[in-house]
Design a protein around this ligand. Sequence first.
Ligand code: GTP
Length: 756
Amino acid sequence: MLYVVFIYKKFKMNLTLNFIRHTLRKHIISYYSYSTKLLPKNENIKKIRNIGISAHIDAGKTTTTERMLYYSGLIEHMGEVHDGNTVTDYMDQERERGITITSAAVTFFWKNHQFNLIDTPGHIDFTMEVEQTLNVLDGVIVILDGSAGVEAQTLTVWRQACRYNLPCIIYLNKMDRSDADIHMCCSSILKKLGVIPILLQLPVVENHKFVGIVDVVTSELIKYGQGKNKNMLKEPLTEKEFPKLFSEAKEARVKAIETLADFDDELANTVIASESFENISNDDIIISLVKVTNQKTAVPVLLGSSYKNIGVQSLMDAVISYLPWPLNSIRVFSHFDDHFCGRAFKVIHDKQRGPLVFLRIYNGVIKKGQKIYSIQRDVSEQVGRVYVAYADDFTEVELVENGNIAVVSGLKKIMSGDLVASSQTAFERAKKSLINELQKNKKIIPENTDSLFGISAKIPEPVFFCSIESPSMSTQSALDQALSELQREDPSLRVSYNDETGQTVLAGMGELHLEIIRDRILKEYKIDADLGPLQISYREASLNKVTDSLKVETKIGNTKHSLLISMSLLPDFNQDDRKELLQFDKTPDNASNLAGIYPKHLVAIKEGLKIGLMHGPKINSQVINTGVMLHWFEAGRGTSETIISAAANQLTQKLLKESGSYILEPVVNLEVVSPSEYISVILSDLSQRRAAIKNVDVRGDSKVVIAVVPLSELLGYSTDIRSISSGTATFSTEFKKYQRMSPLEEDNAIRSVRGF
Ligand SMILES: Nc1nc2c(ncn2[C@@H]2O[C@H](COP(=O)(O)OP(=O)(O)OP(=O)(O)O)[C@@H](O)[C@H]2O)c(=O)[nH]1
């Protein structure tokens, strides 16, 4: 009993100590931020780095970020993920679970450069956070676990970085582990990411311990001060003292030059003129590395052990050397002249300050009280206060300038992803000026000219849903308010109302995602809501090409509404991002009829068919892989857009019934890492789950299974795999596609959706 009391007291004391430490750290951050100035714009914009840290779950993003904050002097004490006291994992759920859920922005200084750094989540359920963040950054550090190489989620974040055209550097973390393997990592970078790695550092190992690194470019040996000691000790790597390391470093330098010269003609010419690789200067290599990194033809690879405080300062030096400053602000956005332009990328609800919107500033400045206009929402709003973010701590400032990240209060309608400008006129003027420049340079102008200044982050389709119920009638409106705030923060969370069952439905990215939402509703809004059983979000697709028309003649009040609309459904329609769902009949008679449609009528038709495609005929689920062709449209004078939209919706529904549909289910790429002894039981369990095994690889003492599995078969998998592998196996998933089901599986799905 005494022992229990002792443990309890110790636990309480630890919590209190952590709380005090965290509070103190916050004060230190505030003091520091007040005492430093953000870099002023124009002359110093080259000293700003807006960077993200992305990786597979547990690769060490938060640990690395925490070291950066410590070395930069922003914090006095280094927190640890397992102690639940890091700066960037500030939410209760992050501290309890030791995982990152929400991206955290922090501004700090390193070697006279301003880093606006964003630590992003690794778990696939929070991929929306990564998308939104990458959309506004200029470069990314991709962290790999040095003992695992490229993992499932590394591929996802890499693809995301490519989508936003971001230069990357790769950091091989956890080099202190005995099973860390640089060559395995480099070959997985080449094989799985399809990019050539340029190894810029080698590990220094003494008595089987990783103690430092060798800089391949400068041939220096670097050791790092431990504990509070932030210094790096650099000394030239001599052949006499370190013969093996010296020759390895020399070989790596030659290899780096060869690789760079393959992509960089200027360096290739210097190599030819110099006759020997040894005559190539460090500056020549660095200039070439900058070019190649920014062209994304190869990727610099660095290494370290963040946990053991090795390599992080050199990683920050590499960010300054190789990742770009906010170049875009100068190029495309200069068409805004002195006007403000930025993009909202994150919304949070602060108890004291209300909704806070994070903005990347691309041009001009943002000031307290300023009016800003959202292009997507077509609304103007007034900014309240302006802040700079230090994770969950905010410092109020008068203004934030071009190239930086600002946090503003007072915006009620602007959503994350919105492009915002000082006014609609400023936006239209900048757009016109950019189009003129593109025309002059004979460049292609996209159909949607609003996308000239970039696109909103891609919102992933939710694959799971469940009902949510308020514990009592009296808390219903508080729950509605909580859900509306959470949805504004997280666009991958969808809240809808099911008319048939009268239930509120939450749709999200996975079990963990919805569990965290429930937990947040409980902790932040104090509502103990009930979640119904988790269900898979199926899709439907039309089976046959069908054509039909609809005639409407009606009188509402004194207004007569009349229209005739004719459309076809197009099955097997490849719905990529750039293809319009609505196609137009190009036969001469029909084309001339369609050429006369008023733009506002066209908007109403598109709106109607979008609603029509939300409900398939079989299980009422969203219809995909289906296009619509408009053949004919005529509307009498005074016919309202609401009537047109309703007619398009009705005709789409009619066509779907005539066409018939089939059901598709979400399938995911699954990666399981497990000690070898459990692999046969894991494989046999997977075979019961309709999994297609793609590969079984060896990774050190473990085995890695790669499979494609229907998501419905993975409900509760985290509990099951823990029990069959005695808690030793880990897994991650990545959404692959919606796949057509066999008739038998389809019957099962219909039964499970209808609840019998
Ligand atoms: N051995 C070793 N462990 C490390 C190192 N860096 C981080 N870790 C440990 O790895 C675990 C995960 O580290 P995090 O920093 O939370 O990783 P993360 O990528 O931020 O994790 P998520 O945000 O949840 O995806 C923690 O237990 C760390 O202490 C390292 O260099 N060496």
